[in-house]
Design a protein around this ligand. Sequence first.
Ligand code: F6P
Length: 539
Amino acid sequence: MTLDKINPTKTKSWKKLKSLKSTVDLKTLFKNDNDRLKKYSISIDELYVDYSKNLIDDEILNLLINLSKECKLRDAIDKQFTGEKINETEDRAVLHTALRSFDKKSPFFEVLQKDRKKIKDFSDGIIDGTFSSSTGKKFTDIVNIGIGGSDLGPVMVVEALKYYKTDLNIHFVSNIDGDHVSEILKNLNPETTFFIIVSKTFTTQETITNALTIKEWLCEKLNEKAIKSHFAAVSTNLNAIKDFGINPKFVFPMYDFIGGRFSLWGTVGLSISLAIGYQNFEKLLKGANSMDLHFKNEPFEKNIPVILALISIWYNNFLDAESEAIIPYSEYLKYLPSYLQQAVMESNGKSVDRNGNFIKYQTGNIIWGGSGTNAQHAFFQLIHQGTKLIPCDFIGFKKSLYGNDDHHNKLLSNFIGQSEALLNGIGLDDVKTEMLISQESHDKMDKIAPFKVFEGNKPTTTILFNNLTPKSLGMLISMYEHKIFTQGIIWNIFSYDQWGVELGKKLAAKLLTEIQTGKIKKHDDSSTFLLKKTKITKN
Ligand code: F6P
């Protein structure tokens, strides 16, 4: 059974939402409704989500919830969790939720449980030295070779949870840029380094090129036999793994029902399990699973991913917002925005609907961001005073991991202060009063005051956890995954394919031959010139 194919713009709720004229003034809404925060916040476990500072009221929210119902969201959720082939263009189920389910009735439970055991045994073996190097040494460094979904999730999580780190140092090689791999290799001891090649297809140019370069390096520094003790591979392409010469003991399967950008929860997360130990890896899975159950079972009115997705649709399709900013107030989460760029933009950056027709409404959001407070000193000017509407997610933690209260209080005061400032802004009269109090001249006040006005009424959502733990991180990532799913369902697109990245791959392959042979074929003038210019530079 496939997903329903409903054009959202034809629903009653969409039409009503389009006809709403009044602008929402947050300050007035807070003043007029003492229950606003209570109504517009949800707590589960140690997570608190406050969406009261968004440009919504009861009428808008009710219509958005009706929209999700008219678009058959509940049915779609059920189909996803039970393993229906909702990735229709690739004829695949979408079961990353199964990777973190410990319920025996979950699809593929036994096979996935077997993988978990394999991840555990492997991680334990490398960490305690049972699996040693070709020269009998304990491994000290792990290099993950992969790109896109085979890189971004592990990179983000390993960085985010480095407080929980084992003795192993984890490195990531992704870019085809040879300087990337050279920079990583130059500081590594081949005798104590283990490499994991992660590629769902095992054909991705970047990953295979890097893997072959590294293989050559290892053979040169040690010998060919070392490959068997120094390489593992994670892939669906078992034949290609064999051809590469990977020890069958270190082969980890992947499945077509797990999309690359949703794969960190299984064998792709091997580097995570090595980085923080299997017990912590399992806590990450359990955190994600608790959010899965919340998403699956809660009514939409109190369902965090659904509410966040609907608010985002409100901005994207009705208030013409073009992007969303993700601002984690934790340096550990500095890679979260780039991880979410792939998850969100590769999933929902589509312009053909599930009927195969071109879409005449906006879909995928542009995601960007950076860690607070650094971001405040970089792009917050535009969020506060620019002309664009940029809804922001502020992600924070009540406690710091090292317990430095002085720093953490300052961090929290920025975390809360920024969303308050974005809400309230500051009007001309108040600016002038402030300037008078600081004894500025009247002339200067008249001239400068307009530039100091902050319009306010800028929307933010606050996502607050007690601590950054494997469990809370699991919940956070899963929350965004389900937000992506919900938006894709309502936009009537397929979120789990990525045909848009294929054209570039094909073109790069063609051009490579021209660059290698020097025989430049016919292109547009700009490309021909660049090809010739690169050739000259090379010679
Ligand atoms: O960038 C496109 C893409 O197909 C991603 O979806 C995927 O995560 C990445 O390439 C890597 O693919 P693979 O795991 O097959 O090497």
